[in-house]
Every structure is written in C-alpha cells, then in structure tokens.
Design a protein around this ligand. Structure first.
Ligand SMILES: [Zn+2]
Ligand SMILES: [Zn+2]
Length: 365
C-alpha cells in the first residue's frame, strides 16, 4: 500500500491563519486510464492566495496546487493512454496536466472557446473535494491521482520543471496575445504588474517582436528580474506616483503612448491608469483580474477619443500552453523560481507569496 503526504485545506482561511494541515492518506488503487504521479514541483500561484482570501471559489476541503509537474509512477489498466498531442504516456515520463474543458457545452462547441468551458474542471481546488475519492487531487501533495481522461502533456525531456510551472502564467499571456491579434514588429509594450503573469508577459512581448518593453510594478527585486529578462525600462510603483508613471511612459514613447498595454496587476486602479498610457488606436488587454477586486472609476472619453481597443482574457486553452512550450524551452526561466519550500512548509510558502517576497515559489515534496 502506498501512502502519500498531502497538504489539505479544510476550510477557507487567510495565509496568516496557517490554513493547511498535513495529512497522510492511502493512495487509492488506480482505475483504468487513471495516472498516479509523483510530484516533482508544484507552483504556488497568486490564485492560491486569492483562494485563501475567498476571492476564487474552490470546493473544500481542498488540495490546492494547479501548476504541477510530476513523474508518472503508474498507469491504471492495460490500455494505452495518450496526452493532448497524441503522444503515448509511459511510466517515468515527466508530465503536467491542464484544466479540462468538456468540449460539449455552448462555449466549447458554438463559441469554440474551451478556455470559457461552462463545465471546466481543474486540479488544485476544483475537481472534487479532498474528502472524496480519489482524494489526491492537487499538487500540494507527494502523489497526485489523475482521473482518467485528463488532459495530460508529456513534457520534452530538455525542459526544466521550473519552466513548466511558469507555463501557467505564460499560457494566459499567449492567449491574450492571440486575442489582440499579436504585436506589430517594433511595438512598445507596457506591462502593468511584475508578478509571474507580468514577467511572462514581458518575456513573451520581447519574443513576439516588441521594440520596447516597459514593466511597471514592485517590489524592486521583481523589477530587477524584469530587467534581467529583457525589459528596457522599469517603473517602481512604490517610488513613482501614478501621474508621474503616466508621464514617464509618454516620455518613453515620444509623447504618443504605448502601442499595447498588458494589465497584469489585478488592481482596479491600474486599468484607469493604463488607459492613459495607450496611444491613439492602441490596445489595452486586461489579464490580471482573476479575482474580483472591485470597481474603479474611469473616463470613457479616453477610450472614445483615442479609439482604444480593450480586450479581456481569461485563463487559456490547451493550445496556448502547447504554443508557450516553445518559449519555455528557449529561455532559461529557472531564476524566476525564487523560493523552494518542502511540503511541510506550505503555510510559509503561501505567506511568502502573499507578501510578494517570492516571484515564484514552488513546493518540492
Ligand atoms: Zn496559477
Ligand atoms: Zn465545455
């Protein structure tokens, strides 16, 4: 009998309450097509912090952890199983697995947008509660029990697990770039926010042909990373007030404003500010508001007068992750994983993430 340590979230509590409880549970026998993964890395995401603040609903008790890399330990049954690209999955493979869209609902079939599937299920809080079979349904665990029919991706052997964890943030930005129709070569891109999504947005913009990338955020350590990964200019929001931030962007763009602004901050005020930074006929893409952070007053005249196109982007579908793999392979992203915690220190890990001490923390069980 295989036992697994697992960090269970019995109910929604803030990180300061040390909400996770370490348990030891028996790994249920695999049914046909199920996969047992031994966790290699699980990323701690801003979404996990939102969950602990009650801003993103999950089914408790929960096993969180949705940015996962595991080694295939066993496969249930005799039949071959394949990943989303058709590759046969084998014991020993390094894998990740993506939120599953039903491909049958209105949004999946008529709209053709699986990222907005009405019945989407993801590991790390959404599949089934942690007190129901198969219990090990998130990455903050030693083992994960992956349900038959899940959307697995067999990872190329030359890909660092750290990079894959960052793929969760990257795929959202790949999706966003697709929605705005990509960049024009030489575009100036402003990225509001210097968390994982913001940094992956900046790296993606560079790779997609941006001529100038400006990252606005905090703290200083994250902005330093942004520079290291190709940002031409950074603006520290703790040092530079909003009106001056707008002036700086205008100064860096011959007074015209940026061609494209990515909102990756999740702060409503950033939207009002960002619209001031977009040029005439420019684009504004909202990617950071995964939790409902409330409202903001903004001036529609700006949108009208400057003919700004505003686009929202929510999560991503499999193709965005798969397209993002090319970037994950090309650029060494390991340095963006700034903190590693053992499973027993999951409470410390989410606290560090909440305090923004980490760019990306991972749990190494
Ligand atoms: Zn995430
Ligand atoms: Zn669907």
């Amino acid at each position: 009998m295989v036992m697994s340590r697992v960090a269970v979230l019995p109910e929604i509590r803030v990180p300061a309450d040390r909400p996770f409880v370490l348990e030891e549970v028996e790994v249920p026998p695999l049914t046909t097509g199920a996969v047992l993964g031994r966790m290699v890395l699980a990323g701690v995401c801003g979404t996990d912090v939102h969950i602990l603040h009650g801003k993103v609903p999950v089914r408790t008790p929960a096993v969180l952890g949705h940015e996962n890399v595991a080694r295939v330990e066993a496969i249930g049954g005799e039949d071959e199983i394949r990943d989303v690209t058709g590759k046969v999955v084998q014991v020993g493979d390094l894998i990740t697995w993506l939120p599953k869209s039903c491909m049958q609902c209105y949004n999946c079939t008529i709209l053709g947008d699986p990222s907005k599937c009405e019945k989407r299920v993801g590991y790390g809080g959404w599949v089934v509660p942690a007190d129901q079979f198969p219990y090990l349904v998130g990455g903050f665990s030693e083992y994960v029990w992956i349900l038959p029919g899940s959307d697995l991706v067999v990872l190329p052997p030359d890909l660092a697990p750290e990079a894959v964890v960052l793929g969760d943030a990257l795929r959202i930005m790949v999706h966003g770039l697709e929605r705005i129709g990509g960049l024009a070569y030489g575009d100036t891109v402003v990225v509001q926010g210097s968390g994982a999504v913001g940094l992956m947005g900046a790296i993606l913009a560079r790779d997609a042909g941006a001529g100038q990338v400006i990252v606005i955020g905090a703290p200083a350590a994250r902005l330093e990373l942004a520079r290291e990964y190709g940002a031409d200019a950074v603006i520290d929001i703790t040092q530079v007030p909003a009106t001056e931030r707008i002036q700086r962007v205008l100064a860096l763009t011959n007074g015209r404003g940026a061609d494209v602004v990515f909102e990756c901050a999740g702060v409503p005020a950033a939207v009002a500010e960002g619209l001031e930074m977009v040029r005439v006929n420019g684009k504004y893409m909202i990617a950071g508001h995964y939790g409902d952070a409330g409202t903001v007053s903004l001036n529609p005249h700006l949108i009208n007068k400057k003919q700004i196109t505003i686009t929202g982007v929510w999560s991503a579908s499999n193709r965005h992750f798969l397209r993002g793999l090319h970037l994950l392979r090309k650029i060494p992203l390991e340095k963006l994983v700034t903190h590693r915690f053992p499973l027993a220190q999951i409470n410390e890990a989410v606290l560090a993430a909440e305090r923004q001490e980490t760019l990306k923390a991972v749990i190494v069980p």
